[in-house]
Design a binder for this molecule. Structure first.
Ligand SMILES: [Fe+2]
Ligand SMILES: [Fe+2]
Length: 199
């Protein structure tokens, strides 16, 4: 594992040039929560902060640009991603961080890749970033009532993730939108690992 070169201040400065202002605010709030969750769950808080700051580095690209990057980087595109290319900003962002930012921390890159739908092999760093992204304070504007899940996330990351997966799925079903295959696989994998019986 190699740390990202540059201080957090340098990362902030580069992000301030590259991200939209609202995304910059979101990643800073996500980084603050990720630091707290990292401390709760034995993850290096500096690494969680950096990963959270960087997780939406490809958020600003259009659908056409994201599909173009996916082709350029040989990123497989699912049927759902082909219809909703925004879902690719995690995988594209991870590849941009590797190629253009010189990030070589594979776990951090995996966390960036999996931050939208989750993944089947998430480590604690990826879980911290996934959960922080969904629970940063401004999310209350859209969802409201997130405090119980924030408290749960401090004690039990997996339980918080299962709640967030369930919310996401019910939102998608309610809006008659497709559920990305990765989300289904990620949730199944987490249930498989955390449940000991199906009684
Ligand atoms: Fe994102
Ligand atoms: Fe985000």
């Amino acid at each position: 594992m190699t740390e990202i070169s540059g201080t957090v201040a340098e990362i902030h400065a580069r992000l301030a040039r590259e991200l939209l202002p609202e995304t910059l605010g979101h990643v800073k709030r996500t980084a603050e929560l990720a630091r707290q969750l990292a401390v709760d769950h034995g993850v290096d808080p500096d690494r969680a902060e950096r990963g959270a700051l960087l997780h939406d580095v490809a958020d600003r690209y259009s659908d056409v640009e994201l599909l173009g990057f996916a082709e350029q980087f040989n990123i497989p595109v699912s049927l759902t991603e082909a219809r909703i290319p925004k879902l690719l900003h995690g995988a594209v962002g991870a590849e941009i961080l590797r190629r253009e930012w010189g990030v070589t921390d594979d776990e951090l890159l995996d966390a960036v890749r999996d931050h939208i739908t989750g993944g089947t092999t998430m480590g604690r760093l990826a879980k911290v970033i996934f959960v922080a992204d969904k629970l940063e304070p401004a999310r209350d504007r859209h969802y409201g009532g997130l405090d119980p899940i924030r408290e749960l996330a401090m004690r039990d990351l997996d339980a918080a993730m299962l709640k967030l997966y369930a919310w996401r799925m019910s939102d998608l079903v309610g809006a008659s939108r497709p559920i990305d295959e990765r989300l289904v696989h990620a949730r199944n994998a987490l249930i498989e690992r955390t449940r000991t019986s199906w009684g």
